[in-house]
Design a protein around this ligand. Sequence first.
Ligand code: ADP
Length: 567
Amino acid sequence: MSRYTKRMGNQSRYVRLPVLPSWEKLLSRLYVLPDTHADRKSVRLELLGILSNSNVTVRQLLSRLCVVLPKIGDCDAVIIVTKSAQGITEQASTMSRRKTDEILSIRALKRHLEPRSTAFNRRLGTHVQLGGSKKLDHYHFMFLGEWSGQELYLIASTTQGISGETARALEVIGQVVGLRLESVRLAAELASQRTKLSNLTQQLGEGMMVLDNNLNITLWNRSLQKLTGYKPNEVVGRNYQEAFRRLDKPDWLKEALEEKSGEKGPKHLTLDFEIATNQGSRWVSVVVSAFSNDESVLDQIVLIARDISHSKHLEQKKNEFISIATHELRTPLTAIKGYLSLLERDKEALSEKQINYIDQATKATHRLVRLAEDLLKVVQIEQGRLQVHPTAFQLFPLLKKIVRDFKPRAASKGLTLSLNKPSFSTPVLLDPERTEQIFANLIDNALKYTHQGSVKISMEIIDKGLQNRSSLATHIRDTGIGIGSKNIEEIFEKFHRVHRLEQSREQGAGLGLYIVRSFIEKQGGMISVKSREGKGTVFTVTVPLYNRHDAIRQFSDSNHNRLEEER
Ligand code: ADP
């Protein structure tokens, strides 16, 4: 129960209001209308009619109140005013303009309109002659509520004092009017918020859609209409798949939300994909935010989509160019490599200087071949054409072989390269060729960016690793030049190389780590890095361990493939 004090005469008393009074409850209070009145029922009905009818505007309500109230408790004159810093302004009155002004000019009356005050049976020591023998000298004030940002008061005057019963009736009417004003204020606020929100969503340069918990569309803005060609009235109320259909995976949103279901709070994800529109297909970059209610049940999904077709088109053109250029490069490179190895075979016929030239040319050719291969891998990754062929195998023997291959390189730089033999032997389910490329690249980098000290490789099992599954973490730890915190985020981006003096001698295109990360992630793994400038770097590759679950899946996949082939 909320309580607030109303002043009545000189006494203080409490009027109790339910926390959330319903209209019915408040209107039933109008039964307190004083008995003395000749036609109580018709007055009550009239009041009920004007107070409960939401089609009656506040201004109409105020004028009607001025007409009805004089019938209660012998009020002879009623004025409703708003009070603000600018002064008192009349809103409605039962009297002529001149009489109203006369009453409002009584200074004592203004003084009594204290903030939110209600007072009955005030004598102001002055009176207004109404006509005939009627002299108004009792005044009653009542705070009604706020309207248009100003305080609204009712001033009633009578020729004699009013009874407690009439005062109570007036007070109840005041409360009901207050509630009505509050609901008008809230409705106006809501409408203005709605307009602001709708302007914001409609004017937003990005496409915006809101879905309910059944994944049905509740909002579809103008930019999305432009992007897809569908009008809001064609799609609101329909499932998102009907209007925003992803070409490769129509049910993408449900799947993405299921994957994130374990996360607490709002869930966010960003994806790029191609959708069908009614004018063909478009590439979009989509940001999804899913909100749950207090019971953690999905409540609303907001989806922002940006048209990236143009940049996708440029990217496709760029990839096509790289692909053609590198293929074209490979043919003459293979020829150069062949001729160089032919020359090498006839070493005896050559001078030392010539052998040295051939050596330099062979190294440069190898570098070019590697660059061409890396560029082709990047194109494969970007076009989503990267293939992996998972096989269950032991990682340690593979690492041993790679380390053996790199030993001469480490020795030539005066570095120690070592691999710790693990105490366990558990298989992983990976593509052996890609895995070799991953670790060869990381060890190559470690040796490249270390000028003294060592490169150590070690393995450990993490019980609750990736997706809470048992995982295998392999660390490649070097004592090299390290990577500053400023650059560490960017080293996995393609063509990114840290610009610094210490590595100016080392060659590279900045593609290695980009390819490594793509290979690892494609196989369900993760790569992380910790580094201190001048001290060294640790790269950690974590991959899920091969388990019974994988074995069953692999068996059913191979069976499926066999059946497909037999068909
Ligand atoms: P590249 O070696 O061809 O420049 P990468 O993609 O393999 O390209 O590596 C990107 C950048 O990350 C390198 O240029 C280097 O600055 C930094 N980096 C990679 N590995 C190491 C390491 N072990 N120690 C220090 N810096 C490293």
